[in-house]
Design a protein around this ligand. Structure first.
Ligand code: KIV
Length: 265
């Protein structure tokens, strides 16, 4: 496909002041639909542990899970730039183990990988990038650290925390990241960091001034109504539309109007 976005030309969108759209995906069927959409980039997020597997946090994501999700998405969306998420602790082992995990997700089809946090990761980011693997950073609310952050809370509210996140963003850029996700930080902080970086920032719950936006697919489609943080917009009432279709199928079966004369052999 012509002009396909990738880690090498990702920054060109920022240079041209064009926003970047990213959506998460974990399966073949949705990947096929995304492949036909204008969406710039697909993230095979470790949020799949929650929305696909029902866990209460991303701590339960495993390499096996991420590998299967990534393979399915890459089969369904061969024309899209696919970023794979390294799951909890998979990049906090020995260098050999870390690189084996990097290799697994790249061989599953990802064209870049995302990891969370900067503290203790900078040397590794540099090593992964020097090994030929583009890395996307992730700062602010880093869900894999939910247990040290005391919950899913907005980060960067205090002056100290703002300084720390800004410094981490600059360090990740320096280490070679091609982009950074900023999650749940005040919009003025996201704007300030975005202005300081050459690489694009992708926001979620970080206001409109980041270089792009990402949402979890099931959230933006409104598949569930219980989780509704302030930043989330439902671009479709998925839950009620699906319910309607399931009800219609059930009623058609019960009332023997499905299958009809034209729907049988
Ligand atoms: O796993 C995920 O879905 C993410 C996005 C929220 C950025 O990391």
């Amino acid at each position: 496909m012509k002009n396909k976005l990738n880690a090498f030309n990702f920054h060109e969108k920022k240079d041209r002041q064009q926003k970047i759209s990213m959506i998460t995906c974990y399966d073949y069927s949705f990947a096929r639909i995304l492949n036909e959409s204008p969406i710039d980039c697909i993230l095979v997020g470790d949020s799949g542990a929650m929305v696909m597997q029902g866990f209460s946090s991303t701590v339960n994501a495993s390499m096996e899970m991420m590998e299967l999700f990534t393979q399915a998405v890459c089969r369904g969306a061969p024309d899209k730039f696919v970023v794979g998420d390294l799951p909890f602790l998979s990049y906090r082992m020995s260098l050999t183990e870390n690189m084996k995990n990097v290799e697994r997700l790249m061989k599953a089809g990802a064209q870049a990988l995302k990891l969370e946090g900067a503290a203790g990761n900078l040397e590794l980011v540099k090593y992964i990038v020097e090994s030929g693997v583009p890395v996307m950073g992730h700062l602010g609310l880093t869900p894999q650290s939910v247990n040290t952050l005391g919950g899913f809370k907005v980060q960067g509210k205090s002056e100290d925390s703002r300084k720390k996140i800004t410094e981490q963003a600059l360090n990740l850029e320096q280490a070679g990241c091609f982009s950074i996700v900023l999650e749940c930080v005040p919009s003025d902080l996201a704007k300030s960091i975005t202005g300081k970086l050459k690489i694009p920032t992708i926001g979620i719950g970080a206001g409109v001034e980041t270089d792009g936006q990402v949402l979890v697919l099931q959230d933006l489609l409104g598949f569930q109504t219980e989780f509704k943080p302030k930043f989330l917009r439902h671009f479709m009432n998925g839950k009620s539309l699906f319910n309607q279709a399931f009800n219609e199928f059930h009623n058609a079966v019960v009332e023997k109007t499905y299958p009809n004369e034209n729907e049988k052999y």
